[in-house]
Design a protein around this ligand. Structure first.
Ligand code: SAM
Length: 271
């Protein structure tokens, strides 16, 4: 495992995922159980060498904080980044754990899973003292199914690094197991968009997972002509709450147009 999210924190793909995550947390019924299968370290220092070397945060959250035309769907994320930094200069960036912990209401609970021991230590530190929150240094796919209540409102975020070929298959297996265990659960899977064949194959398998109607939001940052590049990202959601489509349209539309090169956002439903 070589993946370090510190190189990518605050990039366009984090903005899409985190704006959608905050929209879900605002709309789902309570009390809510949230499980983050791949939580990362929770908090990222964008002045650190990883973020400075990649330049991804500067091209992502750096631009978001200065955007004059930011759609309403991004305001909760911009507000969260502002609160963390005490202003519009993003030196720190919140990962999904801090965003979820900040959106919990009375009676909610949150489990953040992270497999790498050093990332997990940082995660536990970032979430220390927050009510209703637990962390586990464990495989998130297995923990998500084991820790999911069998009824009631639940949200599972599946955000793997996709550095292993079996991450696609494990996402589908988890989606299927979650739907069997708690049909009321909402699942959001984040995926990179490199080439359409890989994405289409994943969607065909996900449609057969028994999780019902899937909502798909794609931010294509450039035409998908070079499969060696991350040309965009996608979110695939099962059990999305009513009214989410227009929010996702704003999120992927602004990201692709404002931060992409000839980019395009699309939101659609897979059977
Ligand atoms: C894309 S990052 C997560 C970012 C985080 N969800 C966020 O939005 O801030 C993926 C993380 O998953 C961790 N990881 C890899 N395989 C895992 C597994 N099977 N279970 C749990 N964590 C895993 C990696 O160490 C990495 O920190």
């Amino acid at each position: 495992m070589n993946y370090r999210h510190a190189f990518h924190a605050g990039n366009f793909a984090d903005l899409v995922k985190h704006a959608a995550l905050l929209a879900l947390l605002d709309r789902l019924p309570r009390p809510l159980r949230v499980i983050d299968t791949h939580a990362g370290r929770g908090l990222y220092d964008l002045s650190g060498s990883e973020a400075q070397r990649s330049g991804e945060a500067e091209a992502g959250v750096g631009k978001l904080m200065q955007a004059p035309d930011l759609p309403a769907a991004f305001r909760p994320l911009r507000d969260a980044v502002r609160r963390l930094n005490g202003g519009d200069v993003a030196r720190l960036y919140p990962g999904s754990p801090l965003l979820v912990a900040g959106a919990l209401k009375s009676g909610d609970s949150y489990l953040a899973c992270e497999l790498r021991p050093e990332e997990h230590s940082a995660l536990a530190q970032a979430l220390k003292g927050k009510a209703g929150v637990g962390t586990r240094c464990a495989d998130g796919y297995a923990a998500a199914v084991a820790e999911l209540p069998d009824k009631g409102a639940a949200l599972v975020l599946i955000d793997p690094p996709f550095e292993r070929a079996d991450d696609y298959a494990r996402c589908v297996e988890a989606l299927s197991a979650i739907a069997r265990r708690n049909p009321a659960a909402t699942v959001m899977i984040w995926l990179p968009l490199k080439d359409l064949e890989t994405f289409d194959a994943f969607l065909r398998d996900a449609e057969d997972a028994g999780a019902g109607r899937l909502l798909v939001a794609e931010a294509r940052m450039r035409p998908l002509t070079d499969p060696m590049k991350m040309n965009g990202c996608a979110l695939v959601l099962a059990g999305a709450p009513p009214g989410l489509e227009p929010v996702l349209e704003q999120i992927v539309g602004w990201t692709a147009q404002a931060l992409g090169e000839n980019g395009q956002g699309r939101v659609w439903t897979a059977a």
